[in-house]
Structures are given as structure tokens and as C-alpha cells.
Design a protein around this ligand. Sequence first.
Ligand code: ATP
Length: 307
Amino acid sequence: MMGGATARVPAKINLHLGVGPLRDDGFHELSTLYCALSLYDDVTVRAADELSVTVHGESRRQVPSDATNLAARAVVALAAHAGTDPRVEITINKSIPVAGGMAGGSADAAGALVAAARLWRLDIERDELLAIAADLGSDVPFSVVGGAALGTGRGERLLPVLHRGEMHWVLAVAGTGLSTPDVYREIDRLRARDDADRPAAAGVARPDALMQALASGDVHAVAPLLHNDLQPAALSLQPMLRRTLRAGREAGALAGMVSGSGPTCAFLCADADAAVSVAAELSGSGVAKAVRTASGPVPGARLVQNN
Ligand code: ATP
């Protein structure tokens, strides 16, 4: 078909997710170390008479195909910025788990921005695109830039992080998703309950040791430094995830944790062979609906050749 543009966009995990206090605007102050992984959604945008969204992939029924789809919202926002009409047909080929804590919706928004900017031949500065991305969602700017980055504010303020080598991961995808707002509400509830033992805002300290380990490229130094403040909340809402985390470690992963707001669990492995073996064992154990291997950091949203 003529006149289309396709962007390929990676999933993310948070190697560190520090959650600070609730801000007046309803968001939490975050200090997070994002890492983009080689699990991708493809977002194609073509000129059409009206805005439409079609989703392909196993999880298509869990994704809205109306104007609430984040990719549609992204195209509308970019069109408003450019003074044009958002009359495009958006096609999403989805591989990133939905409501899995891997920023699937944000990836589609980032892909739609990059693809529509190309389709419309917009002369838009990177910073302008990132500002539109940040308005769409806290994780959208990172989905645009990819790699490894420190996120502050509500996650939208990014600094690139030096990293060496490739890390190999196994992802255990759960049968039922978790809503990100629910997980944040649960962490607030748990913290209010345990308030007495919690040092104020400890979570937002910068993960310096982890950043050094990433720069060294030593996966064995990275493993013990992985941290997610949201994990207790995700485990509280889906207690079965404890079994998944245990199974991954028993299968030989160096470390395992809930990815972002969950429920996907991410396991860091020593190398590519170890990841294949951990994935095989986890698949056999039946603790997850699906098991995938992925590596990273990988680049963010990028245009790919359209057939
Ligand atoms: P995050 O890691 O950013 O918190 P997530 O990976 O847990 O997000 P998403 O896959 O982004 O969650 O989906 C969250 C909800 O957003 C879904 O339940 C779905 O209804 C809605 N949604 C809107 N647009 C999309 C999209 N393009 N892809 C997936 N979900 C979408």
C-alpha cells in the first residue's frame, strides 16, 4: 500500500524503580533506570479518510481500537501541534504484553509519533517530539529514545546512561494484567500501613551503583542491584507472582524481579545460552502464560522499511 510509514518500538523494563512520595498533581516522584528490550511492536500509519486503529497479535482483544488507543491519541496530539488533520489509518502489530508493566501502550504512542512525523514529512525538533510524548504518558519519551536512561520527575525527564555489552533476559508473561494506577494505589496503601518503618522518600535516590555496574558491562555486578519499589504492591495484588519469581531463580537466572508495575517478571541471565535454558525451564513449570527471551539495551522507536 502507498504512502505508509512504519516505526518499530521496543518494550521497556525498569532495572531500578524508586517510587517517592505522591505529588500534588497525583503522580509519584520517580527515580528509574529504564532499559529497552528486543521485544517490539510495529506501528504503521497511512493516509486515510478518517482516523482508525487496527490491532493484530494474540493480545489484540485487550487493546482498544478506538480514539482511546494511545497510538490514536499520539497522532491527534501531533496533528494538533502541526496544524494538520489526524486522518490516518493506524495498524499495530503487537508483541509487547498488554498491561504487563512493559510500556506497551507507551511504545505504540511513541511509534505513532515517529511514523506520523515521517508520513506528514514534519520538520519537528527532537525536543518538541519528546515534549508531546511526555504529555501522552510518563514512559512515552523513553519509548522514543530507548537504550538505557535515567528517568526522573514522573519518569519523563531523561538522561542517557552509559552501558556496555548486551544483557540477556527472560520474561514471564502472566495471564492477567495489572492496572498501573491500581499498583500505585496499592503501594500508597502498603506505605500508609507501614509508615513508621519507612524512611521518607528513600526510593528516589539515584541508583549510582547500578549505573556504574551498567557502565562496566558486568552482568554479575548488575544482578544484585536490580530493584523495584512497586514489587511488594504487585505481589500483594497477584500473590502467585512469588512462585514465578522463585521458579526463575531456581531455573538459573542471576536475578528476577517484577517489571515496572507488573505482572510480567523479568529474569537477568548470565548469557544468551543461559537465557534459553531458563526460558525452557520456566515454560515447562507452567507458572507463566508465555515465556520470551529478549536482550537489551536496544534503540528506541525507529523507522523501518515499509513493504
Ligand atoms: P506501563 O508499563 O507503561 O505502566 P503497561 O505495559 O502495564 O504500562 P499497557 O500495555 O500500556 O500497560 O496497557 C495499559 C492499558 O492501556 C491497557 O489495559 C489498554 O486498555 C490501554 N491501551 C491503550 N492503548 C493501548 C495500546 N496501544 N496498547 C496497549 N494498551 C493500550
